[in-house]
Design a protein around this ligand. Structure first.
Ligand SMILES: [Mg+2]
Ligand SMILES: [Zn+2]
Length: 181
């Protein structure tokens, strides 16, 4: 049987985004990494329910020269230590590379689905930006928009669910997806 997965955006979902001038940015050092208090418990419940937990993150700052790949990998390694994630998949490209993995394209999700034999239609993408929701929808997943103060409004788009926290997202997944099976 195919596995189901929860794909989680990193900045603004697995860790608090760094807010500058009202816009969200990635932490640039381990000291700036701050993980929501409920993340461990929420992810643990999803893990126990049998979902693969896969981070899926755009990190164009390497291509833009404002951080190093080592810094991003050190932050990801710390997150892998403290959260029950199976993997964190990273797009290191910028728009000019025209890759297939930079969200809103679904490549990070579809590649993971091929590697792990994931049932995308019964999997979920959780993100704080519409590009995350677009990537999830293009991959055929359910989608959860995590509400944040800095969110851009887009009345043309809809997620399967809008959540106030990872705990809220987890409650929705466990009641909606588990009972459907
Ligand atoms: Mg984000
Ligand atoms: Zn890419």
């Amino acid at each position: 049987m195919k596995q189901r997965a929860i794909f989680l955006d990193r900045d603004g979902v697995l860790n608090h985004a760094i807010i500058k001038n009202g816009k969200p940015f990635a932490p640039l050092t381990l000291d700036e990494l701050s993980i929501p208090d409920d993340a461990f418990a929420a992810l643990s419940r999803l893990k126990v329910a049998g979902f693969l937990l896969i981070g899926a993150t755009n990190q164009p700052d390497v291509a833009r020269g404002t951080t190093t790949r080592e810094t991003i990998e050190a932050i990801n390694a710390r997150m892998m230590e403290v959260l029950p994630l199976d993997e964190i998949r990273v797009c290191f490209h910028d728009d000019s590379h025209q890759c297939l993995c930079r969200k809103p394209l679904p490549g990070l999700l579809t590649q993971a689905a091929a590697d792990f034999k994931i049932d995308l239609n019964n999997s979920v993408m959780i993100g704080d930006r519409w590009k995350d929701i677009d990537a999830g929808q293009r991959a055929g997943c359910q989608t959860i928009l995590l509400r944040q103060d800095y969110q851009e409004e887009d009345t043309t788009k809809t997620a399967s669910y809008t959540a106030s926290s990872l705990t809220d997202a987890t409650n929705w997944i466990l009641t909606t997806l588990i009972e459907k099976r």
